[in-house]
Design a protein around this ligand. Structure first.
Ligand code: PBG
Length: 325
């Protein structure tokens, strides 16, 4: 009797490895860091994200040096300023926390890809991603501040700027400002398809950026929508985005796949704080094996079509990959 014997190629580990279709590489991964203005040696554990820290600038450099030694190639930075106000002034202050951190990292590690998150929520006293008037998040006036922020990151030496605010038109606006100021070769990684997700909960503790009223549903996308993701991605492509991101990752694998099939730009996926913390919690309770669940999750994100994965597990995964899993 003849039938398909899929088990033939699953017989041994080397055979299974030989025919594996999707492999994680250290180069795929981006490690996010939270950098805090003030005490330069701060190293404060984030209680909702075990294993992650709020770092002063010197501690950040120590953490990055260790990870870079292990083979980490890319980082994305989130800033927590000393002062928050109604116009996010510290977001575009040339000597703000992110601008300083970028300059110091690039001088210590010129090869490291340093990405900056361009958003206003961590810098606004109300925690929204744009200017507020009469309880509304204003779109067009917010673009001006986002443009200034991106330009200040470019001037500090960032390799990639990543707008995450979900205001309409911001990719084009940022692209113009960069071009007009001599940064026409600086790429923009757009958080093109960002859902209004409960999986960002732990991040908002970490970055102290929870909105003080309302929610982000007037700018971030409704989780039920897939066709709209194509509209958002097309808009950002047309405005000049160089990389399109989907966020969160695991609950939105279909969207990652849709982007992969419909666009030829690199696709990034953000395995967000809630995805991280759920695995950490499950592992701590002994319900799941952390390493296996992490590798399976990230492999699935890549298999769905992501070229780049932002994940708080990046540092750990790189160590595991070096040990040959
Ligand atoms: C800023 C921003 C957020 C995340 C990345 N950039 C939070 C939000 O939109 O509320 C979430 C990242 C994560 O959860 O790991 N706008």
């Amino acid at each position: 009797m003849h039938f398909y014997r899929g088990r033939r190629l699953r017989k041994t580990k080397p055979l299974r490895k030989m025919v594996r279709e999707t492999r994680l590489h250290p180069e795929d991964l981006v490690q996010p860091y939270f950098v805090v203005e003030g005490d330069e040696n701060l190293e404060k554990p984030i209680s909702s994200m075990p294993g992650q820290f709020q770092l002063g600038i010197k501690s950040l450099l120590r953490h990055i040096a260790k990870s870079a030694d292990k083979g980490l190639q890319s980082v994305i930075l989130f800033g927590i300023p000393g002062i928050k106000d109604g116009k996010a002034s510290q977001a575009y202050n040339p000597s703000g926390i992110i601008q300083k951190a970028v300059a110091e990292i690039k001088s210590a590690h010129p090869e490291l890809v340093v990405i900056t998150d361009v958003c206003l929520c961590e810098y606004m006293d109300h925690g929204h991603c744009g200017i507020i008037k009469d309880g509304q998040v204003l779109n067009d006036p917010s673009l001006e501040l986002l443009g200034r922020t991106a330009l200040s990151h470019a001037r500090a030496g960032a390799d990639l700027v990543a707008p995450s605010d979900m205001m309409d038109g911001r990719v084009g606006f940022i692209r113009n400002i960069l071009d007009e100021n001599g940064f026409s070769d600086l790429p923009v990684m757009s958080y093109a398809v960002k859902y209004a997700s409960a999986f960002y909960g732990p991040f908002r503790d970490a970055a102290q950026s929870a909105p003080s009223f309302g929610n982000r549903k007037t700018y971030q996308m409704d989780p039920g929508n897939a066709r709209e993701a194509m509209l958002e991605a097309s808009a950002d492509l047309n405005e000049g985005a160089d990389i399109l991101m989907v966020k969160p990752a695991l609950p939105y694998l279909d969207i990652i796949r849709d982007l992969r099939l419909n666009f030829d730009l690199p696709v990034a996926a953000y395995h967000v704080s809630g995805e991280y913390s759920l695995i950490k919690a499950g592992a701590r309770l002994g319900y799941v094996d952390e390493k296996k669940v992490v590798l399976e999750s990230l492999t699935s994100i890549k298999r769905a079509g992501a070229d780049v994965i932002l994940t708080y597990f990046a540092g750990e995964v790189i160590t595991w990959l070096r040990q040959g899993e």
